[in-house]
Design a protein around this ligand. Structure first.
Ligand SMILES: [Ca+2]
Length: 228
């Protein structure tokens, strides 16, 4: 009876979604653009979690650790799973009149023009601070504070890399899949780096693994009946 009770308790617990961090994403230098607005630099990093069959019920956030860059308006950061790409930020401060402008010159990370200390930035669909307002308020060599900011796309709606998607597109996706962070630098002359990244999502067992658990519970109950 104890084993049945434990299994029932496990079933009850695993039926409820819970938030978890999926980390270990590597960082590195963000290569500089080779042609302004045309040929960006790129670093990509993939996390493939091993949850034993969890499914995303709500994708909450992405945190980029130790991010620094001397010209924030150069930087596009996006997350891809399968055929869906969601921008966390895309050339903050760029005008909505076209793609060929350099965006806001304030820093990710600390104040200064070289040797910046990185800061941690978390991107959410809503409920965070306004990143554009933070950049506009900062001076050209001033770093924007670490914190939680609402994600955004390039202000020019048809800019290269804009997808029109937000984190809700990841609802129902298998957690144990490839999640790829891409950081592009679209403007020549300023660079940066980051030290790593993670994402946070609410997850539940996938329907297949739930069915296996129920079948296993049923088999155990049947075995107990046979022993009577
Ligand atoms: Ca650059």
């Amino acid at each position: 009876m104890v084993r049945n009770t434990l299994l029932l308790a496990a079933l009850a617990v695993t039926s409820v979604s819970f938030a978890d961090d999926f980390g270990g994403g590597t960082g590195g230098a963000i290569p500089d653009a080779t042609v302004d607005h045309v040929t960006p630099g790129l670093i990509s990093s993939t996390i493939t979690p091993s949850t034993g069959g969890m499914m995303v019920t709500m994708f909450n956030s992405v945190t980029v650790f130790g991010l620094n860059h001397t010209w924030g308006g150069d930087v596009q950061i996006s997350l891809t799973n399968g055929s869906n790409t969601v921008n966390l930020v895309h050339r903050i401060g760029s005008a909505n009149t076209g793609f060929n402008n350099f965006g806001d010159s304030s820093n990710y990370g600390s104040d200064g023009t070289t040797g910046l200390t990185g800061r941690d930035y978390t991107f959410v669909n809503s409920g965070g601070s306004d990143l554009l307002a933070a950049f506009v308020a900062a001076g050209s060599t001033v770093g924007v504070a670490a914190g939680t900011y609402n994600r955004s796309e390039h202000a020019f709606a048809t800019a290269p890399g804009n997808t029109g998607l937000d984190f809700t597109v990841f609802t129902g996706v298998a957690a144990d899949s490839d999640w790829t962070l891409e950081v592009h630098d679209w403007g020549g002359g300023d660079t940066g780096s980051f030290s790593g990244w993670q994402f946070n999502a609410d997850v539940v067992p996938e329907p297949g693994s739930m069915a296996a658990l129920v079948i296993g519970l049923g088999a155990l109950a049947a075995r107990r009946r046979n022993r009577k």
